[in-house]
Design a protein around this ligand. Structure first.
Ligand code: ADP
Ligand code: G6P
Length: 488
């Protein structure tokens, strides 16, 4: 007998550790990636079902519930992994949606696999959703699921949220299957994006490709109206604040600084190893600052955490080779015995270790060429209890629209990036405190719960979905704000 839920989340990836503990217990793996980080924070205590892939090939492992959250794993075969995940999702849609910073691959063989795997996710969601349930579909992997699900279960309330940017129409128009992809997504009742521009792009495309009547907040076609809007995703601010204040984390941060040789300044970057993150541009800028003698190795240390990602995709393998070659070259040229110019860490860290790294960093360097949001930037801000530290942030990250007080930069402009890095390194403490305080106040009001409340109350105005969200202690004097649709 299949257990059904009133709230079902469907995302490609389950945030679970697929290597189970010896006693068979299963722990949350905060898998590196914004989607899992964000949803984990709101779902861990919610009576919902999460439908997703646990990683790996072949039969899906039987996974126990996690607290009140049920897990419904989806299996992927070798060919499906190749055609759906590595192929259409991560070699066609991912680069295209990120401004084609890497050439998208159009392989006609991948489409059928993408479609059949989407069908499998839709069927699983239909099976575990109770009558009248709300199903919240996530991200570009599953863009066909909303329409498939509506066909299977017209009684459901269906939401879709895209964590990555939605591209300008001229890029989207390159997709050979553009009509199906648009129709698939618009099978939802509410389609959410990180930025208002995305809703605008979709409205234009719907008018052109589907002959729809479209505005930036609703699209009417084939007898239905779909609402759209921007809902900028966020982080579990309270969790990161609490972690950063823990005595063991503070001690770890102090130890890290000592291990780094007690430099005057620590620069930190934390990324999935992805070509959208601008790691190469950043390394070029840093290396030129070293070459020009504007940054000295003993005085300043850079730490680059680059967790492996999508390693079977050729462009990711090639990127890793290039970055490791460049780090090696920079250290060979500018490092000294026991004093590398860049500490390069190609490994996952737990949340406490990440918090300690954030506390150690005087300058956080977040310079993606394009990013839907970038939660790392928000995590850094939340992890600075004394409001010290500088955030250097790309204009092309969704987070830049909220964190105006960061040192904003165009990462393609390497000279501008060098100057901004120097400005951030040399800024007066009072300036940094003012900037950081403003960003912290913004995050307190716009945390992950505010995001989920905003999305779910817009999806279902009765408030029944919001009632399941965890209640979290908030710092005094702050309250969750739900921006009105007009202010988005
Ligand atoms: P993306 O969604 O493209 O991966 P984000 O910056 O939005 O980028 O989210 C990345 C998430 O992954 C953050 O929550 C961050 O803490 C986490 N993360 C990044 N690097 C690591 C790492 N080395 N170990 C563990 N978690 C990581
Ligand atoms: C981004 C995507 C997520 C994805 C994550 C990690 O955040 O928006 O959907 O889960 O990257 O990527 P991966 O391919 O490891 O799931």
């Amino acid at each position: 007998m299949v257990r059904q839920s009133a709230l079902v989340v469907v995302a490609n990836r389950l945030p679970l550790d697929d290597s189970a503990a010896p006693d068979g217990a299963c722990e949350w793996r905060r898998s590196p990636g914004g989607l899992a980080s964000a949803l984990h924070a709101i779902l861990k205590q919610t009576p919902a079902t999460w439908v997703g892939w646990a990683g790996g090939i072949g039969d899906a492992p039987a996974l126990p519930d996690i607290g009140s959250l049920r897990i419904r794993p989806i299996s992927l075969g070798q060919d499906e992994l190749r055609g759906y995940y590595e192929g259409f999702a991560n070699s066609t849609l991912w680069p295209l949606y990120h401004d084609a910073v890497e050439q998208p691959v159009f392989d006609r063989g991948w489409w059928e696999t993408y479609r059949s795997v989407n069908r499998r996710f839709a069927a699983a969601a239909a099976e575990v959703a109770e009558p009248g349930a709300a199903v919240w579909v996530q991200d570009y992997h599953l863009q066909l699921v909303p329409a498939m699900l509506r066909e299977l279960r017209p009684d459901l309330l269906i939401g879709f949220f895209l964590h990555v940017p939605f591209p300008p129409p001229e890029l989207f128009m390159q997709l050979p299957r553009r009509v199906e992809l648009l129709r698939g997504m618009l099978g939802a009742d509410l389609v959410g994006f990180q930025r208002p521009q995305a809703a605008h792009n979709v409205a234009q495309l719907a008018t052109k490709l589907l002959d729809a009547e479209s505005t930036d907040d609703q699209i009417t076609f084939a007898g239905r109206t779909v609402r759209t809007g921007a809902f900028p995703v966020s982080i579990d601010v309270a969790e990161m604040r609490a972690l950063a204040a823990r005595p063991d984390v503070v001690a770890h941060a102090r130890q890290l600084r000592a291990d780094l040789g007690l430099p005057r300044r620590v620069l930190l970057s934390v990324d999935r190893l992805d070509y959208t993150k601008g790691i190469e541009h950043r390394l070029t800028a840093y290396s030129e600052l070293l070459r020009d003698g504007r940054v000295k190795v003993r005085d300043t240390v850079m730490v680059q955490v680059a967790v492996p990602s999508r390693e079977r995709v050729e462009s990711y393998r090639a990127l890793r080779d290039r970055i490791e070659g460049e780090v090696g070259r920079i250290n060979g040229e500018y490092g000294r015995v026991g004093e590398p110019a860049i500490h390069y860490l190609n490994q996952p860290f737990d949340r406490a270790a990440l918090a300690a790294l954030y506390r150690t960093a005087d300058v956080m360097v977040v310079t993606p060429l394009r990013d839907g949001m970038n939660l790392v930037a928000k995590e850094y801000v939340a992890a600075r209890p004394d409001a010290s530290g500088a955030l250097v942030l790309s204009e092309f990250a969704g987070a830049a629209a909220e964190l105006h007080d960061a040192f904003l930069v165009n990462p393609h402009d390497v000279d501008g990036l060098k100057e901004t890095l120097l400005r951030a390194m040399e800024a007066r403490p009072a300036d940094l405190t003012a900037r950081m305080t403003a960003m912290r106040e913004h995050l307190d009001r716009h945390d992950i719960l505010a995001w989920a409340r905003d999305y779910l109350t817009t999806l279902d105005q009765s408030g029944r979905l919001v009632a399941w969200l965890p209640r979290q202690a908030r710092p005094p004097g702050t309250s969750p704000t739900v921006p009105s649709p007009a202010s988005r």
